[in-house]
Design a protein around this ligand. Structure first.
Ligand code: B12
Length: 479
């Protein structure tokens, strides 16, 4: 298994109002807890790839392993959010399990556990759920995978929750207390308003274990990329969290960690430009560093770019997906937006990076409109665009996505139900214009080139050189 193994266990400590800046959501836990019920919130939390050659590759390449180490330390924002909606009468603990193989039996003694996992570790989640149920502990399962595969999940749980957890969690807790839990709580017909978003219970974390924390500023995305398996899967519409709510969360984090690093857990942060600008202006006063994912349209708004730069941005990650028109054609279902933007890719990278914002460009390997030549195309694009960082992943048919349905109906899934391969690095489909072996080799070879120490150093130092030169020339023009 790839990367570090971790199992953190943090007990709920009742907190006083003052330690959280008087923000109500986090502080609703009474000091006079009469703990009648013990709830374990358990996050499956590893970062992994199954293919042993890829695993070895992951360990040996610094650029690649570095990013994985960083992201591997993120907590489950979903569970921390539900914790904020859990009544004070229920004693709540938050745990993470990175690798079930090193966890014998079950961690902790609980009356009920709520387990969250994405597809890649869902089978481990099921094993854990079965172990708990064998001991008489009630199991609640929810999240993206469970929402996509409800029947499968139901056979490992007393209760499953489909869709956004917030809309039904208070009822789940009520029914739990009255020993009346239902087998299914389906929130998919409800659209949770982020105006009502509670502040996640960051105070449940042993904060020093984390090198960044997540904050969600919105859910969904107006685009419809065929492969997307993020919050678009559970959010009935694209919606924004009010800026004051986002700031509340950041203030709560700062009460625990004065100069935090934040990762926005959004599908596409800067789609709505007025909201983005309002958020950036507010963030500029907060002294936090942050990272997020977005699309290329940021490059078209110079005012926004300046605000992003001034607001403490460490890096933005942009889904370029492919370096060719044939690769992009048709992947965004609404208006073929990504294909239409291809001609502006190079300029966009330059415009963003000229403002001192580093771009991590993401490319998907194995797209239907690409063949073995695509690896060289990406390499050339990365060199010519001077991208600061690059992320390459393999096209992945996550359950619930249009891509999964299409590949299944075309008979192109190699192992249907092999969710452990949903890692973004393992190949589990028959590529259209190359063999599986060519795709795996292409990933490894391109990875070796892109993540070599030399190439990474050149990309990074090239960025700084170009940025300094641009600032010098701007100074000369203005003087
Ligand atoms: C932070 C993050 C991580 C973190 C934290 C994981 C964690 N334990 O939550 C880490 C770094 C560990 C991680 C690991 C991986 N990740 Co990740 N990650 C993300 C990221 C950036 C944000 C997720 C997030 O915080 N969302 C916000 C919260 C509020 O939403 P939520 O979790 O869906 O929770 C809501 C509901 O689903 C529900 N809910 C969730 N859990 C539960 C449980 C119960 C009991 C109930 C009732 C309700 C409920 O209620 C919540 C509130 O509405 C997303 C990308 C993105 N932009 O969204 C990718 C993403 C989720 N990750 C992804 C992947 C592929 C991985 C890895 C496989 C990478 C790898 N190679 O190892 C692993 C898999 C780990 C696993 N457990 O299977 C995919 C998952 C797709 C899928 N459907 O499986 C995403 C969408 C990225 C992508 N490119 O497609 N990831």
């Amino acid at each position: 298994m790839l990367f570090s193994l971790r199992m953190a266990e943090t007990a709920t400590t009742p907190v006083s109002d003052s330690s959280y800046g008087g923000i109500h959501w986090n502080c609703s836990h009474s000091k006079r807890l009469v703990a009648s019920m013990k709830l374990g919130l358990i996050a499956m939390s590893g970062v992994r790839a199954q293919n042993p050659e890829l695993t070895a590759f992951g360990f040996t390449l610094p650029g690649f392993a570095e990013r994985s180490r960083i992201v591997a330390s993120l907590p489950s924002l979903g569970l921390l959010t539900l914790a904020a909606l859990t009544p004070a009468s229920i004693e709540t603990r938050y745990l993470e399990i990175a690798d079930l193989a090193v966890c014998h039996g079950v961690p902790g003694e609980f009356d009920v556990v709520a387990i969250s996992s994405f597809s890649a570790q869902i089978k481990d989640a099921y094993v854990l759920a079965d172990r708990y149920r064998a001991l008489g502990t009630k199991v609640i399962l929810g999240g993206l995978h469970v929402t996509a595969m409800p029947e499968e999940a139901q056979s490992h749980a007393d209760t499953i929750v489909l869709g956004e957890g917030e809309t039904v969690w208070p009822k789940v807790m009520h029914d739990l207390s009255s020993e009346n839990l239902l087998p299914v709580y389906d929130a998919r017909g409800h659209n949770f308003a982020l105006e009502n978003a509670p502040v996640p219970r960051f105070d449940l974390l042993e904060i020093q274990r984390y090198n960044r924390l997540t904050v969600q500023t919105q859910r969904g995305c107006p685009f419809r990329c065929e492969f997307c398996a993020a919050s678009i899967q559970i959010s009935p519409s694209y919606k924004l969290k009010p800026v004051e709510r986002i700031l509340n969360e950041i203030h709560c984090i700062k009460a625990l960690w004065d100069r935090p690093f934040i990762e926005f857990a959004d599908d596409n942060t800067f789609v709505n430009k007025p909201h983005s600008k309002q958020l950036m202006k507010a963030l500029a006063k907060e002294q936090v560093r942050w990272f997020t994912e977005t699309d290329l349209s940021v490059a078209e708004d110079l005012e926004l770019l300046q605000l992003i730069r001034d607001a403490g941005c460490a890096q933005i990650l942009i889904g370029f997906e492919s370096a060719t028109f044939s690769g992009l054609d048709g992947i965004e279902h609404r208006s073929n937006w990504k294909a239409r933007k291809l001609d502006s890719y190079m300029d966009a990278v330059q415009r963003i990076q000229d403002r001192g914002i580093t771009v991590n460009g993401c490319f998907i390997l194995g797209l239907d409109g690409t063949g073995p030549e695509s690896f060289e195309n990406i390499w050339k694009f990365v060199c010519e665009s001077h991208l600061y960082d690059v992320q390459i992943t393999v096209m992945t048919p996550f359950p619930g996505t249009p891509l999964y349905q299409r590949l299944k109906s075309e008979g192109r899934l190699l192992r249907d139900g092999a969710w452990e391969l949903c890692t973004l690095f393992d190949v589990n489909f028959q590529p259209k214009n190359m063999t599986v072996g060519e795709l795996e080799l292409g990933l490894r070879e391109l990875g070796k080139r892109l993540y070599s120490e030399e190439c990474t150093r050149e990309r990074h130092s090239g960025f700084h050189k170009r940025y300094r030169a641009r600032r010098r020339s701007l100074r000369e023009v203005s003087s």
